[in-house]
Design a protein around this ligand. Structure first.
Ligand code: ATP
Length: 393
């Protein structure tokens, strides 16, 4: 390729660079693409007798940004690799748009993929790295030149086209990898922990940028991460996996506010659990939980019956500390630990020999939130902020 590949930084008028539609985002359209739906049906992957992915069925709508989240070994990368074609399923099927791609090789699925380790070709310039998918498709030189310029502008790196990958920072290399994955206008972009090698600040700013690109281009994104903040911040929907199965799928807000199991409640964010037995059942699903430490807490739920063993879950930011006039439930305790983190102060409050909870308070101007270690405090919460789970959930 000639070095004048990127002679203009202006976004050119769009054309059909390789016989497909123009880039939606750069033309300002951002419409959802109907070829980007992903359908997984009864997908299973076994390694000998070990089942890494166990009968997973997922529907991802065209234009949706979905993140698979779960502990290490839960099977999320294996699902992504089966979608990309790098791993062959033991059984089940994979559909992209209206195509069954289960037995189609990765190079023929037409999906964009960005890996954690950038995977740029070290001996090729940035421009040639980004151009690579179009060269493979035998696109003409003028179209390649225009598309590379568009893509490098899209990822906010319009000036690096001559450099080699080793001359870029990790964050810049990951943007180049993104440009390369998007240049051939794939209907679906697969992201395999793309931000995990970056530092916290860069990761957070890239989260916004990837969201923005997703919105502009209207493509489907399937992301895999360990990082729950990243999953919540970036996704339209999060799919939580455990032991090769999907345990819950929903919007970030639904998963955080209404987890259906203690596993999801515990995995996403910080949760306090008060464990004990239900007593004094009233009408309309109310009762009293007597905790292992002998505390009495009012509860309500759909399956409340006497003698039932339960766990009451409370988010630390929903617990009031001393300022408890709006609380339905109040308990006394003392401060056992204080951690000042700048925007928040985290307290551990001992309520009984067996009951300890964490409370976080926003460090807002004009609020005195400093409590001394050992000081007596009252905690409180509203009943609707306390989630009741069966002990075995
Ligand atoms: P991580 O977040 O650590 O990457 P993950 O949720 O992505 O974990 P996978 O990489 O999908 O998990 O792996 C799921 C399970 O399958 C793990 O127990 C893993 O050890 C196993 N596994 C993956 N690849 C193979 C393989 N080639 N042979 C045998 N077992 C494998």
């Amino acid at each position: 390729m000639k070095n004048d590949l990127h002679e203009s930084h202006a976004v050119p008028r769009l054309g059909l660079a390789h016989g497909r539609r123009p880039l939606a985002g750069l033309s300002g359209a951002g419409e959802k693409r109907n070829d980007g739906a992903v359908r997984l049906r009864n997908l299973t992957k076994r390694y000998d007798r070990f089942c890494a992915v166990d009968d997973v069925s997922i529907d991802i709508a065209a234009g949706e940004f979905v993140t698979m989240l779960g502990p290490s070994g839960s099977g999320k990368t294996t699902v992504l690799n089966m979608i990309s074609g790098l791993t062959e399923p033991t059984s089940g099927s994979i559909w992209i748009g209206d195509r069954d791609v289960t037995r189609v090789g990765p190079q023929h699925r037409g999906l964009g993929v960005v890996f954690q380790n950038y995977a740029l070709f070290p001996h090729l310039s940035i421009a040639e790295n980004v151009a690579f998918p179009l060269r493979m498709r035998r696109v003409g030189e003028a179209d390649i030149k225009r598309k590379v310029a568009e893509m490098l502008t899209l990822v906010r790196l319009p000036d690096v086209w001559k450099r080699m990958p080793s001359q870029l920072s990790g964050g810049q290399q990951q943007r180049v990898a993104l440009a390369r994955a998007l240049i051939f206008d794939p209907p679906v972009l697969l992201l395999d922990e793309p931000l995990s090698a970056l530092d916290k600040k860069l990761r957070e700013s890239m989260q916004f940028e990837i969201r923005e690109i997703h919105r502009k281009l209207g493509l489907t994104v399937v992301n895999v991460t360990h990082d729950q903040c990243e999953a919540l911040a970036m996704s339209d929907r999060v799919i939580i996996m455990r032991d090769g199965k999907v345990v819950q799928s929903g919007t970030p807000q639904t998963l955080y506010e209404a987890p259906t199991s203690t596993f999801v409640a515990d995995f996403l964010g910080t949760s306090n659990f008060l464990c004990g037995t239900l007593h004094e059942i009233g009408s309309n699903g109310t009762g009293v939980l007597i905790t292992e430490g002998g505390l009495r807490c009012r509860v309500s739920g759909s399956d409340v019956h006497p003698g039932k063993r339960v766990r009451l879950m409370l988010r630390p930011e929903r617990i009031m500390l001393d300022d408890v006039q709006d609380a339905d439930q109040r308990l006394s305790g003392y401060v056992a630990e204080v951690a000042y983190t700048g925007e928040l102060v985290r307290y551990r409050v001992v309520l009984s020999d067996a009951d300890l909870i964490e409370v976080t308070l926003q460090n807002r101007k004009g609020h005195s939130i400093q409590k001394e270690l050992g000081s007596a405090v009252t905690v409180g919460w509203r009943i609707e902020d306390a989630h009741l789970f069966s002990e075995v959930d």
